[in-house]
Design a protein around this ligand. Structure first.
Ligand code: GTP
Ligand code: SPV
Ligand code: MN
Length: 589
């Protein structure tokens, strides 16, 4: 391995090591041999457990502190010189104050431990989209996870040695003391410091911290976008490919949509769906005036519960080798893993996510934590698209916003134009999930599914969306979906999962000017007969219910949006105009 000769890099690593005081420093070179060696250390100390190597080759099991099982939004801060640059939706602390506090916590936090230096790239190195980071960490779980989720190794070191700029990422699990947990972002310094957590989104700093919070900040400055979006490729009977992006809040269906299996009827006709990304998109405008997207990650950090042979066989297959399972249940008879809804055969002789003896056949307790996850290489995915590997960007025909809403939100509607679509994204709301600490099932506004991930003032972020629209001659069409609407008995009205393709196909027909639509106060909706439900047992009445726009419910929605907006001293005029129009249209219903 070539040494790091970039002085800026070496000075920074030295400074961080002087503060955290590790016993030694190990640079990652991305080789299998080195990772294997590091993995052995984690197995010896018991930090990680090796699973059944015949059934799950290369797979590991990992458990976090029961108080450290999800992203912690209260402990996540954006440290900009001016408070207004972080905006009303972010926690803010002045950089000097935060650095001073964190220096105290990081002081000696790696004593008796090894500091691993991980050079990584978000995006395929050498492409227009790629950005480089270095994460310093005292956690082998982080090392092995970053080796799956990002591109690690020599190519990145070569770029650093050629003088490339990089995001300075520092992580120490310290004592996993929740009272002193911080995930701090310093966008003005291209720096992230995270301490006292060992859970995914708080510590795999290339993901939400770099690719979204720092990424969105850089994107605004440099004229691109960093979004909480999946990327999906759909090929029709004629073999023509189209790409869509979808922004749904955490644990609201991105991984599932990105890997969807078409219903049999469409499969037989020759439709094919492939996966480009399941969580994060970086988007740039191409010379043809269209919007192009890449997935900057190299793996999936997916929700385990609910993943099964029927709901998402592709995700299941993706996790059968070289995968890390976090906070799922374990079957002690054959040393494999289990989670709720995997199958109807939970282990009798099991261990729950906290390592307690657990009989899945008789226990009323859950075996896996609701936010238990798999960390799996994208290359394992049976439907991974070729375009994922080139990292060159795919042209986006449609952007889909969506949330988890029992009531009010119809199955699907289309924005009248880009600016109206930006309004739709800004007004999104969804029920909270186990992906973040706090109460589950509470409806909250989550614009563009970016509320926890926008690294700057959300009003400026809306403006950036409007500005990007002005620069595109051929922007994607924008849609809103809701797979989670329920009936009087709280049952889902829509089958979801693979059948979501039926809704996607209406959208793509709209993009081609082929499908019909009706105007509603929300935007354009399909007529019930416009969605191809061949082979699906669903009544026209149910579809009507799914598409219904209820006046009283929307009067409440309008109030909720107004209240959410009231925290912003200003909003883009285009967003306000769309809101005013919605309000008056709902009144007129
Ligand atoms: P993050 O990784 O947290 O950003 O989440 P995600 O958006 O990728 O969510 P994911 O696809 O993992 O879905 C989370 C949960 O939603 C799982 O329990 C799924 O079973 C459920 N889900 C996904 N798609 C559908 C759907 O179409 N209908 C219904 N009813 N549930 C769904
Ligand atoms: C999310 O919460 O949106 C995730 C998981 O994708 S985490 O990486 O923990 O943020
Ligand atoms: Mn996510």
């Amino acid at each position: 391995m070539t040494m790091v000769t970039n002085r800026v890099v070496n000075d920074w690593v030295k400074e961080m090591a002087e503060m955290t005081k590790p016993d030694d420093i190990v640079w990652l070179d991305g080789s299998k041999e080195q990772l294997e060696q590091i993995k052995r250390i984690a197995l010896e100390t018991g930090e990680m457990i090796e699973l059944n190597q015949e059934k799950l080759p290369g797979c590991l099991y990992y458990r976090t502190n029961p108080k450290d099982v999800a992203r912690d939004e209260k402990r996540t801060v954006i440290c900009t010189t001016k408070k207004e640059d972080a905006g009303p939706t972010n926690n803010w602390v002045a950089p000097d104050e935060m650095y001073a506090k964190l220096r105290g916590l990081f002081d000696g936090s790696m004593k008796g431990r090894t500091m691993y230096a991980i050079p990584f790239s978000m995006g395929v190195p050498g492409t227009e989209f790629a950005k480089i980071g270095i994460e310093l960490t005292d956690s082998i779980y982080v090392v092995l996870s970053m080796a799956i989720m990002t591109r690690v190794g020599q190519e990145v070191i070569d770029e650093l040695n050629a003088g490339a700029d990089f995001t300075r990422c520092l992580h120490s699990k310290a004592q996993i003391n929740e009272q002193e947990k911080y995930i701090a972002h310093f966008p003005e310094d291209n720096t992230i410091w995270s301490i006292n957590s060992a859970y995914g989104g708080n510590v795999l700093l290339g993901k939400k911290c770099l690719a979204l919070r720092i990424g969105s900040y850089l994107g605004r400055q440099e004229g691109w976008m960093a979004e909480h979006m999946l990327i999906l490729k759909i090929e029709n009977e004629a073999g023509e490919a189209k790409y869509v992006c979808g922004a749904f809040p955490s644990a609201c269906g991105k991984t599932n949509l990105a890997m969807l299996t078409p219903p049999e009827y469409f499969r037989k006709k020759g439709y094919k769906v492939s996966t480009v990304g399941d969580d994060i998109s970086w988007l740039r405008i191409g010379s043809d005036g269209r919007l192009y997207a890449v997935n900057p990650e190299n793996g999936f950090f997916g929700v385990a519960p609910g993943t099964n042979e029927k709901s998402n066989p592709n995700a299941l297959r993706t996790t059968h080798k070289n995968t890390i399972f976090t906070n799922v249940a374990r079957n002690l008879d054959d040393n494999t893993v289990w989670w709720e809804k995997l199958d109807n055969d939970p282990p009798e002789n099991g261990e729950d996510w906290q390592g307690r003896p657990w009989n899945g056949k008789t226990s009323s307790e859950k075996g896996a934590h609701p936010n238990s996850r798999f960390t799996a290489p994208a290359e394992n995915c049976p439907t991974i698209a070729d375009e994922f590997f080139t990292g060159e960007g795919v042209p986006i025909s449609a952007i889909i916003f969506g949330g988890r809403r029992a009531k009010a939100e119809p199955l699907v509607y289309e924005a009248r134009d880009w600016n109206h679509g930006v309004f739709m994204g800004s007004a999104m709301a969804s029920e909270t999930t186990a992906a973040a600490n706090g109460k589950v099932g509470v409806v909250r506004h989550d614009p563009m599914a970016m509320l926890p991930f926008c690294g700057y003032n959300m009003a400026d972020y809306f403006q950036h969306w409007i500005d990007m629209g002005k620069k595109m001659t051929n922007p994607p069409k924008i849609f809103h979906v809701n797979w989670f609407r329920t009936d009087e008995n709280d049952e889902f009205l829509w089958p979801g999962f693979g059948d979501n393709l039926r809704v996607l196909l209406w959208m793509l027909d709209r993009c081609d000017g082929k499908a019909d639509a009706a105007e509603t106060p929300l935007g354009y909706e399909p007529k019930a007969e416009d969605i191809d439900v061949t082979g699906l047992d669903i009544s026209p009445e149910k579809i009507e219910k799914l598409l219904k726009v209820d006046k009283e419910a929307w009067k409440e929605e309008v109030k909720g949006i107004e209240e959410f907006y009231s925290q912003f001293p200003w909003l883009p005029k285009e967003v306000r105009d769309s809101f005013d129009k919605l309000k008056s249209e709902v009144e007129k219903m």
